[in-house]
Design a binder for this molecule. Structure first.
Ligand code: TXE
Length: 451
């Protein structure tokens, strides 16, 4: 049995049994038996089960939020927010999947042409710990509705929320051949991928994503990746400076910066830089640091204490190269906590402006023009999101247009919506979840030509 440790006080939250090669093989064999021929076969039954799951998921909100907080250190109010916001995603898929995967007649001539959809089959959903409900359900809900069997391997940092999701789905009517839990870490993830599966939906770091892409190469299995980011926001002079500073501080520090689309780099027009930095610092200094189970806590400990070394190295590298620490800068006396850290006088020679931090730390860089901001925003190996704050929307669009990112934000940041695709470019990934693309990801199109 593996213990699950609370990153706040190092207490044991629970225990889980990791899978072995034999248990994984047995689970794949039962999943294979389940797959319907067409994605719409028995869809009504699955929709009814999903409706029950949707209700149950919200009924269990307090238990689920507390469980998430105790495994990952996410403040309980933010855990609750994640669960509440997942409801719109479930509702979206319940509405869209039946409409999108219906068979349709495309051409009625001498040769009738039709289009239908088949499930991919057995799909592996290997997932990260930072938003286990959001990113788990982005795959689980549309994949199940479209007739796939889902093997869900959550992160080893949140195996208990995975058990809860499984219990809720099984109680709602999904069978144990349709939704299958695989418990473990990287080794078990790798064993799962060695099996005869038909799709891989991975959320996690770019390094692991690259390893998985290599492992899957040559097998003609659909592989989709939602990976890391180094997301920039540019603040022009044409804004309400205080409001934007407050919004961006939240975008950078929410969930201790452990969000895939957390703001990781800020560029600010020199004419408002001083005012912006002063409001930003004031906001960060108000953040309440502490016990994740306390409703008023805004910043908890990092989920993985090892990340503290990455943050320390980024601060040290930046300071050695001329940056100024205007607040924070160090690991806190309490285990697992890193002080919310703001660095100015930063540049792109520093790792804090190039490598994913995934923690409560941000670099703010002053720029002289839109062109300079655009050039700096593009200077990254990642491509998840980029944002511009400007009351002139056309100007913001013009700055964002050439950038290679899956999402372009204007006057918002750190936001994911069910209605539009969530997708990354370059080292941020391949393929999309959410939106219509996040439904078609889980089916094979099939054309019929009939004479
Ligand atoms: O990733 P890891 P983490 C990104 C975020 C950050 C990362 C954090 O930007 O980079 O996720 O998540 C399993 N074969 N996003 O630390 O370590 C491992 O057990 C198979 C992006 O969890 O890569 C875990 O279940 N599996 C995002 C999962 O992979 C393996 C949204 C991820 O682990 C494996 C959220 C292997 N060889 C977070 N090694 C977006 N773009 O939307 C590890 N695992």
């Amino acid at each position: 049995m593996q213990q699950v440790i609370n990153p706040f006080d190092q207490s044991v939250v629970g225990e889980v049994q990791y899978d072995t090669l034999d248990t994984i093989k047995a689970k794949i064999a039962t999943a294979k038996a389940f797959i319907p021929a067409e994605a719409t076969d028995d869809l009504e039954e699955r929709l009814e089960a999903m409706a029950r799951f949707r209700t149950r998921f919200q009924d269990d909100i307090e238990k689920a939020a507390s469980l998430l907080a105790s495994q990952t250190g996410k403040p309980v109010s933010q855990a609750r927010g994640e669960i509440q916001a997942s409801d719109a995603r479930i509702a979206y898929f319940m509405e869209q999947v039946p409409a999108l995967i219906q068979a349709t007649t495309v051409t009625e001539g001498a040769t009738q042409e039709e289009k239908s959809y088949q499930p991919l089959g057995v799909v592996a959903n290997i997932s990260a710990w930072n938003y286990p409900f959001f990113i788990g359900l982005n795959v689980i809900v549309p994949a199940l509705l479209a007739g796939n069997a889902v093997l869900y391997k959550a992160s080893e940092f949140c195996p208990l929320t995975a058990e809860l999701i499984a219990e809720q789905l099984w109680d709602s009517g999904f069978s144990r051949d349709q939704f299958i839990l695989v418990q473990g870490g990287g080794k078990e993830g790798q064993m799962l991928l060695e099996q005869d599966i038909n799709g891989v939906f991975f959320t996690g770091s770019s390094a692991t994503g690259t390893a998985i892409a290599k492992q899957m190469a040559g097998r003609m299995v659909k592989v989709q990746m939602e990976l890391g980011g180094k997301d920039p926001s540019y603040v022009t002079e044409n804004v309400d400076v205080k409001a934007v500073a407050q919004g961006l501080a939240d975008g950078a520090f929410y969930n201790a910066g452990q969000s895939c689309c957390a703001v990781e780099r800020i560029y600010v027009h020199q004419s408002i830089a001083e005012e912006f930095i002063s409001h930003f610092k004031a906001e960060v200094e108000c953040f309440k640091f502490g016990d994740p189970q306390d409703d008023s806590t805004y910043l908890g400990p990092l989920t993985r204490a090892a990340q503290i070394e990455v943050l320390q190295a980024q601060v040290q590298d930046a300071v050695e190269k001329g940056a100024t620490v205007i607040c924070g800068g160090e690991a806190d006396a309490r285990t697992g906590f890193f002080q919310p850290t703001v660095l100015t006088h930063v540049n792109h020679g520093m790792s804090v402006m190039q490598e994913e931090s995934f923690g409560p730390i941000i670099g703010i860089m002053t720029v002289e023009s839109d062109e300079e901001a655009q050039r700096l925003m593009a200077d990254t190996e990642y491509g998840l999101t980029a944002g511009v704050f400007c009351q002139d929307q056309q100007r913001a669009r013009d700055i964002l247009k050439p950038l290679k990112t899956g999402t372009a934000y204007i006057n918002v940041c750190d936001r994911v919506s069910p209605y539009v695709p969530w997708t990354g470019r370059k080292q941020s990934g391949l393929g999309s979840t959410l939106g219509h693309e996040g439904v078609f990801a889980f089916v094979h199109p099939r054309s019929w030509q009939i004479r």
